[in-house]
Design a protein around this ligand. Structure first.
Ligand code: AMP
Ligand code: TRP
Length: 342
């Protein structure tokens, strides 16, 4: 039995973001910007607010409702067009959770135990972590495979979960003797697959970092963005003229990566332009660029959130479109497994 290569399946892009509050520049450059670019390349794209994943750690219900709509606004303001892509929230499409249950029976405990996100999030207190947090990657595999999605744009940190998705697909296909689920490819591209903290170049920029100065939030105003970049940790040296010169300079490399991602250039192209400059000169250039790119997004997010009926309408329509794909795939899965009455 050979594993089904992604190429046997119609190319289809799927990705998700948790509505667990606050979008950062890392989410924008590592995910949202890439999502709208893939859509604009004319691919079939499906994007999801993974609220069922968010509740694997405690979420205040009112905040979760707000964060889901804010995230939807973030998608749309970043260029995801609901006329071109399917945009919805996970809990509105019950087939995700239904397929996840089947995958809970396919995935092995040992696979889950090896997940670095599980180890990081559960920490030393794994006994107290929710069962859902442990099973999180099986739900993620279901998110992707319930569409037979072939390509998943994500940041570097999600690579291991996509590998597990392939393991689930391969084991299901093998155990049931079918070529039903594709071997999904992660799409980890661009200069900013891992945007680092502005205060510590060894840590990922994250919405959960206690220091607000460590990140740029998509809701920050122009002054705040400029101030955070001016205060970003750097070193005293001038910028090099080639990428190799950034090797042992994580903070400098991070700022150059951010510049490269915003301007869709390679790091070498950026350094050809700014090599030799001091940070006193480069930081204002980066701040102007960040403000120019992010301000329209935060303005549009605020406008969309002013009246959430539009967002709710978009999400309801997206869920109906999504179910046109998921219902037949789940039905076929039930048949393969021998569940009567799908
Ligand atoms: P999360 O907010 O952790 O649910 O992440 C949503 C998406 O943003 C995923 O594709 C992540 O890989 C991506 N992402 C989150 N933080 C960063 C970061 N600092 N750099 C690049 N991508 C990121
Ligand atoms: N685990 C992803 C994250 O934390 C979110 C996610 C859930 C996802 N389901 C997905 C990403 C399916 C891509 C595809 O960022």
């Amino acid at each position: 039995m050979t594993d089904a290569p992604a190429s046997q399946f119609t190319p289809r892009v799927f990705s998700g973001i948790q509505p667990s509050g606050g979008l950062t520049l890392g989410n924008y450059l590592g995910a949202l910007k890439r999502f709208s670019e893939m859509q604009d390349e004319g691919r079939e794209c499906i994007y999801c607010m993974v609220d069922l994943h968010a509740i694997t750690v405690w979420q205040d219900p009112d905040k979760l409702r707000h964060n889901t709509r804010e995230l939807a606004a973030g998608f749309i303001a970043s260029g995801v067009d609901p006329e071109k892509s399917i945009l919805f929230n996970q809990s509105a499409v019950p087939e995700h959770a239904q397929l996840a249950w089947i995958f809970n029976t396919v995935a092995r405990m040992g696979w889950m135990q090896r997940m670095t996100q599980w180890k990081d999030k559960a920490g030393k207190n794994a006994e107290k972590a929710s069962l859902g947090l442990f099973a999180y990657p099986a739900l993620m595999a279901a998110d992707i495979l319930v569409y037979h999605a072939t390509h998943v744009p994500v940041g570097e940190d999600q690579k291991q979960h996509i590998e597990l998705t392939r393991d689930v697909a391969a084991k299901f296909n093998h155990d049931y003797g079918v070529d039903f689920f594709p071997m999904t490819e992660p799409v980890i591209e661009g200069a900013a697959t891992r945007v680092m903290s502005l205060r510590d170049g060894s840590k990922k920029m994250s919405k959960s970092d206690p220091s607000d100065a460590s990140r740029i939030n998509l809701t920050d105003d122009a002054d705040t963005i400029a101030k955070k970049i001016r205060k970003a940790k750097t070193d005293p040296d001038a910028l090099p003229s080639e990428a190799k010169g950034l090797e042992d300079r994580p903070e400098a490399r991070n700022l150059v990566n951010i510049y490269a991602a915003f301007t869709n250039q390679s790091v070498d192209q950026v350094l050809a332009e700014v090599g030799g400059k001091q940070f006193g000169e480069f930081k204002p250039m980066l701040a102007d660029l960040a403000v120019a790119k992010l301000s329209p997004i935060s303005t549009e997010m605020a406008r969309l959130l002013n009246d959430t009926t539009e967002i709710d309408r978009v999400l309801a329509r997206g869920a109906a479109q999504a179910r046109e794909i998921t219902v037949p795939i789940l039905k076929k899965t039930y048949e393969i497994v021998g569940l009567v009455g799908a």
